[in-house]
Design a protein around this ligand. Structure first.
Ligand code: AMP
Ligand code: MG
Length: 379
């Protein structure tokens, strides 16, 4: 087991036990958020034929005057024109043989002939061109592109089935009454949403109380590709995830040099990969985004790295990279960052009130006016 590793090393260690998924072929309309398992090339030229980008007339640009001899709409076969002739044409209709320009309807039949209003065959994509790459996540535009290229089904990675298990005697499902000392369980809901966002199938388990037996029983009952637990991985007597994994599982790393999020672990339970995330809500969220997501789907970028100018001062952390929550905005062309809420790792509101994170190297602070690297959430 390696202890207190960098984020990069944590991902590297975990990747030695890679996620086990296979390939399935699914209809494109069910593919939102899924990860492409193969490169996809176009079956056709796009556009498939020269066609009009405008409503107007298809004309020969050298003609000084024109007469209209007919009309053509999208879906019809190409027609043809001779000298002095024009054909009324609708957007998307094939360009008639002999025509080399479009006159816009607004300009009238004798108006200016504009060659660039012809969309040329293959100007977007040539048949055979790979336009969607293996590992890419399917977005609405990618789905539309797959259809444009003639694909009704696509090969994607099977959804990783992920058990999400919260641990802690204090946890109560939201919606129920709280007794003294209890709090609402929130981590598993955020983690399930993060899993869905990167194309996985979360399986939400009931909260497990702080006991070795209860935890062992739940872990043994998991039939999944990955187990994610939250809570119980620190040094405390009641940190049973760490204890059980130490005594009866296998731990590959424990503790990452990051704040928030210090004590996560990765290992296997009966051969199934297991990430043990810390219980503090910001910590579990960040460890997922910075360590677990890159293990599951390295190609998915949940953030962009940018430079920001700090408009508030923030403190870093000894020996750890420090991710303070910041609100990034563009002020007069400069990307600036402010902090708005308490930065505690228990404050999940800080992840909603802000849209980015500082990347403060170990043992550094940022003063007002400093330019620093930051992570900017994509949404
Ligand atoms: P732990 O990592 O179990 O020591 O928990 C650290 C802190 O996070 C404690 O204040 C817990 O009450 C809190 N916590 C643990 N699990 C959850 C959860 N699933 N939802 C919300 N807070 C949690
Ligand atoms: Mg706990």
């Amino acid at each position: 087991m390696e202890k207190f590793v960098s984020i990069e090393r944590a991902i590297e260690i975990a990747r030695q036990t890679p996620p086990q998924s296979s390939i399935e072929t699914i209809p494109i309309q069910e593919s939102l958020g899924r990860i492409l398992a193969e490169d996809i090339s176009s079956k056709v030229d796009d556009p498939a034929f020269d066609n009009s980008a405008m409503d107007g007339w298809a004309v020969r640009s050298q003609d000084k005057t024109r007469i209209e001899i007919g009309q053509t709409s999208a879906g019809e076969a190409p027609t043809k024109i001779g000298p002095g002739e024009a054909i009324r044409i609708m957007t998307g209709a094939p360009i008639p043989d002999g025509a080399d320009a479009i006159v816009m309807i607004e300009d009238g039949l004798q108006g200016e002939a504009r060659p660039h209003f012809i969309r040329r065959q293959g100007e977007n994509l040539r048949a055979g061109k790979v336009a969607l790459s293996k590992g890419q996540q399917m977005t609405p535009a990618a789905i539309s592109l797959a259809a444009t290229m003639g694909h009704h089904t696509i090969p994607v990675r099977t959804k990783l089935r992920v058990a999400v298990i919260s641990t802690g005697d204090e946890l109560v499902q939201p919606g129920l009454e709280l007794s003294a000392g209890q709090i609402y369980e929130s981590n598993s809901y955020g983690l399930c949403a993060l899993l869905e966002k990167i194309g996985c199938e979360p399986i939400l388990y009931d909260v497990v109380q702080d006991s070795l037996d209860g935890l062992r029983k739940t872990l043994d009952s998991c039939d999944c590709d990955l187990i994610i637990t939250s809570g119980g991985v620190s040094m405390g007597d009641r940190d049973f995830v760490r204890k059980l994994m130490e005594e009866e599982g296998q731990i590959h790393f424990w503790k990452v040099a990051m704040r928030p999020g210090g004590p996560p672990l990765f290992g296997t339970w009966n051969g199934t990969p297991l990430f043990g995330l810390p219980g503090n809500p910001v910590s579990s969220h960040l460890v997922f985004q910075l360590v677990v997501a890159p293990w599951i789907a390295p190609e998915i970028q949940l953030f962009k790295t940018i430079q920001v100018k700090m408009l508030d001062a923030v403190n870093g952390a000894p020996n750890k990279v420090c991710f303070r929550r910041i609100k990034i905005s563009n002020e007069n062309g400069i990307m600036v960052a402010r902090t708005h809420t308490h930065q505690g790792s228990g404050n999940i509101h800080s992840m909603v009130a802000h849209n980015g994170l500082t990347i403060l190297p170990p043992n550094t602070n940022a003063s007002i006016g400093d330019r620093i690297e930051a992570l900017w959430f994509n949404d």
